[in-house]
Design a protein around this ligand. Structure first.
Ligand code: SF4
Length: 302
């Protein structure tokens, strides 16, 4: 277990070839546009914000941190093994809350979606670059063996980010193609006043959705004010990434806005659902549950 944040004095070489990792696991994406999709998850340590209701404090909170430095090579191997193996055994060991989660969920060609989350994963984009390059190069992650349909199936990568860290020029250069064709996408969850953080400059990325946490009725005004304040840059960004987004989600507005209840138990979240649904219908937003909590409860690495 590491309790230290990396410092500037850490060797750049070591950092370039390793990442601070809290968890690597496979599960079902429980929220947002890929809800229900079997996915690999890489949860990175370290965050630049401090949300009062954060459900992953072990990625950043003093006294609770739990992440280790792992080499790119070992992370790649772990992801590949998870992609290939059936995770039914693991799912059973988690004692899922519903029989739904006991069904096998390994797709015929292995898991094809990688969620990179945190913490704030874009803090480590320099070290993520060689890992993603390796993944996009790898035959195992990019199959061309759908014999019947003669189609290829490549890995997609989804970042879960708070939208405060700009993409570095080197990252944009390395993944120009994937950022253009939508292979890399971003779930931006801006943290508003009700998260306890100071306002920060919003970063927008290609192929993004916006996902807001609904804490209570006051969140409605905060969300609407936020969207109004950023409407020009959001519209500009949407126009730029319209092609790739709509290829993935033909019915998607640009960018789709999702609303999700704050809470770590079903009871806590369900108390907010009727207000959230009304808010969504009035404003053309989409509701997203946090399905993993229904399947597994608030367990780490699910
Ligand atoms: S941005 Fe995310 S990981 Fe960071 S403190 Fe907030 S909820 Fe937690």
């Amino acid at each position: 277990m590491s309790k230290r944040l990396p410092t500037k004095s850490s060797s750049q070489n070591v950092q370039d070839k390793s990442l601070f990792v809290s968890d690597i696991f496979s599960s079902i994406q429980g929220e947002g546009k890929n809800l229900g999709k079997p996915s690999l998850f890489l949860r990175l340590g370290i965050c630049n914000l401090q949300c009062t209701w954060c459900d992953t404090p072990y990625t950043w909170k003093k006294g609770q941190t739990d992440y280790k430095q792992q080499t790119i090579e070992s992370i790649f191997k772990k992801l590949l093994n998870l992609k290939k193996e059936s995770n039914n055994e693991r799912v059973r060991s988690l004692k899922p809350r519903t029989s739904l989660a006991k069904q096998p969920f390994l797709p015929p060609h292995g898991i094809q979606n990688l969620v990179i989350t945190g913490g704030e994963p874009l803090l480590q984009q320099t070290s993520l670059t060689p890992l993603l390059q390796e993944i996009f190069r790898s035959k195992e992650f990019n199959q061309k063996e759908f014999k019947k349909t003669k189609t290829s199936k490549n890995i997609t990568v989804e970042f879960e980010t708070n939208g405060s860290i700009p993409l570095l020029p080197a990252f944009k250069k390395a993944f120009k193609k994937q950022l253009e064709n939508g292979t890399i996408s971003f779930n931006i969850s801006p943290k508003l006043k009700d998260s306890g953080n100071k306002p920060y400059k919003l970063q927008l990325y290609p192929n993004s959705i916006l996902k807001f946490v609904y804490v209570d009725k006051n969140s409605e005004k905060l969300i609407l004010d936020f969207l109004k304040k950023h409407q020009v840059e959001i519209a500009k960004n949407s126009k730029q990434s319209r092609g790739a987004l709509q290829k993935q989600h033909p019915l998607a507005k640009n960018p789709p806005v999702y609303i999700m209840a704050e809470g770590t138990t079903i009871k806590e979240m369900e108390k907010k659902y009727s207000a959230i649904l009304k808010f969504c219908m009035e404003n053309g937003f989409q509701f997203t549950p946090r399905w993993h909590i229904y399947l597994f409860g608030n367990k780490r690495a699910t």
